[in-house]
Design a binder for this molecule. Structure first.
Ligand code: VG1
Ligand code: CO
Length: 543
């Protein structure tokens, strides 16, 4: 079929946020909407002629149709080759791996990640560059700029391709290669971790439950945990990806993965519990009777990484997003390795990883990963935990207690106020911004401000600056409050309030987080007047 050019006019609001462009599914399904954005991506990277692209998604509603649209457009734009996951499925970390493995020029991942899926829920599209990582801000801004002036897109008048069987198909002059979404990823995991030791752990009676939340990790988890590592059949639950994630909210945290959380806190708990999100880049870690906060998990993984073969030489440095607790900083300081604090979103880790400055990265939002790919990686985190458990032969709770005894405990919690009227949420942040210079020395509910700023990041590798990344308030007792607005929502604004307090080695590490954090929560309210601005007397989601 010959390429055809279709006239179009711009849609407002095609600006990628923290992680790609996320909108209501019906917005994406409007005629021309997906096409405009896709062509804007191709144009912004200098065209697709002769280039190689990786393509897949998390299987949510509209995934299959959108893949066909993008394939036709890639072919009409002259792509040499498109590597597609069978059935249109690829987890985000698997896509990142494939881009690197094939030396592709980039990849498109269809996902709204932890947002619910379905015709009335959310859809999204992420573009990753040749390093396998999320496009940096300069690229996402160029895509947005292009979307505002676009007047035509290219496509083919051709039938849908069969993506259900492996192998190569021809689409115009473009070769489309349909690959097993799991195989290369599982092989990478086998290289990084001591599968023999983990197999021996399971053979010795160790039990686990992994909740795939009816999202993309089901097939990956079954293959790796049950088939290759010998976890008991049925250890992986909700393993079949569904277009609406079974009506659930595929966000692995104590609220949305309640069933797993309750199991792990009850009398029937297995030794280990974990879950992942829509596109497979997040993780939740639990032991019997214990929930490991993502910030703590990052610190423990960094401290113990050398127990895994892939990291036996030690780590070069650690990076965390600014709102993530400072638990990892204590590990970096003790090991004498570099520590970097970046804005929220994995795209900011790419340069540090490419430059070899850091090995392990993490975010408080349940994202952890390493230099093996350029995305956060849910199953990677679960496997590193399993490798550590296989080497140390101690329960998760004992590992946490020992970690806190050595470094102290950073009590941590995040309060989310969702779907707040955008002007009210923005007014709250604007007020704080205006107050910043006067805050040091002031007291709020008994806590004295030591310093406060609107976080700006200066990338040490490419010299770029990203400003207005969140309000940071440090108190003299070492506590911290961070406030920022989410960049992944599709309805109104979501205010995130991040609360943290350090209990040094020797202090009480056995408190409930809400008890330990009560003074910080009170100070955050006194400082930011959250109730007044949001009209809510409590957060919608506490993690
Ligand atoms: C959230 C998290 C952030 C994460 C991002 C994408 O962003 O806070 O840490 O990188 O989601 O994760 P925001 O702007 O809503 O706070 V994923 O797994 O949804 O791609
Ligand atoms: Co995700």
């Amino acid at each position: 079929p010959a390429p055809i050019t279709v006239a179009t006019s711009p849609f407002q609001g095609q600006r990628p946020g923290t992680s790609g462009l996320r909108k209501k599914t019906r917005v994406f399904m409007q005629p021309g909407y997906l096409e405009n954005f896709t062509q804007s991506v191709f144009d912004a990277i200098g065209g697709l002629a002769g280039r190689v692209l990786v393509l897949g998604g998390d299987g949510r509603f509209f995934n299959a149709a959108a893949i066909q649209v993008i394939l036709r457009m890639a072919a009409a734009n002259g792509a040499a080759r498109v590597i597609v996951g069978q059935g249109g499925i690829l987890s985000t970390p698997a896509a990142s791996n494939l881009i690197r493995l094939h030396g592709a020029d980039g990849g498109i991942i269809l996902s709204a990640s932890h947002n619910p899926g379905g015709e009335d829920q959310d859809f999204g599209m992420k573009f990753n560059g040749p390093n396998g990582g999320p496009a940096p801000e300069a690229v996402t801004e160029a895509i947005h700029a292009r979307s505002l002036e676009i007047d035509a897109y290219r496509t083919l008048d051709s039938a849908d391709l069969d993506l259900s069987t492996l192998g190569c198909r021809q689409l115009g002059a473009t070769e489309v290669e349909i690959i097993d979404p799991v195989a290369d990823y599982a092989a990478l995991m086998e290289r990084l971790f001591d599968f023999d030791a983990i197999r021996a752990l399971f053979a010795g009676g160790f039990t686990m439950r992994f909740d795939a939340m009816h999202a993309v990790t089901g097939p990956y988890a079954r293959e790796i945990f049950e088939r290759r590592l010998g976890a008991a059949p049925g250890s992986v639950v909700n393993a079949v990806p569904l277009p609406d994630f079974g009506g659930g909210h595929p966000d692995p945290n104590p609220v949305w993965a309640r069933e797993l959380f309750d199991l792990m806190m009850g009398a029937e708990a297995p030794d280990f519990g974990a879950a992942s999100d829509g596109d497979g880049d997040r993780n939740m870690i639990m032991g019997r009777g214990v929930y490991v906060t993502p910030s703590d998990s990052l610190a423990v993984l960094a401290a113990n990484a050398a127990l895994a073969p892939g990291y036996a030489a030690g780590i070069r440095g650690i990076a965390r997003s600014m709102p993530t607790s400072r638990a990892a900083d204590r590990v970096a300081a003790a090991r004498g390795v570099g520590m970097y604090e970046t804005p929220t979103g994995w795209k900011f880790f790419g340069n540090l990883l490419d430059a070899g400055r850091v090995t392990i990265c993490g975010e408080e939002s349940a994202g952890t990963g390493s230099d093996h790919v350029r995305e956060k990686d849910g199953l990677w985190a679960v496997l590193l935990w399993l490798n550590i458990l296989a080497a140390r032969r101690e329960p998760v709770a004992a590992i946490m207690a020992a970690h806190w005894a050595e470094y102290g405990r950073d009590y941590y919690s995040r309060h989310d106020y969702e779907a707040v009227a955008a002007d009210r949420a923005e007014a709250l942040i604007a007020r704080l911004r205006a107050l910043l210079p006067a805050l040091p020395g002031q007291e709020f509910a008994g806590l004295r401000v030591e310093s406060a700023d609107d976080f700006a990041y200066h990338d040490p590798v490419d010299g770029s600056t990203s400003a207005h990344q969140g309000i940071r308030v440090m108190f003299t007792d070492g506590s911290r409050v961070v406030l920022r607005l989410s960049g992944t929502g599709t309805e109104g604004a979501t205010l995130r309030v991040y609360l943290e307090r350090h209990a040094a080695p020797g202090e009480d590490h056995g408190l409930a987080p809400e008890t330990a954090l009560a003074p910080v929560i009170a100070a955050a309210e006194a400082l930011a007047l959250i109730r007044g601005h949001t009209g809510r007397d409590r957060p919608d989601v506490t993690t």
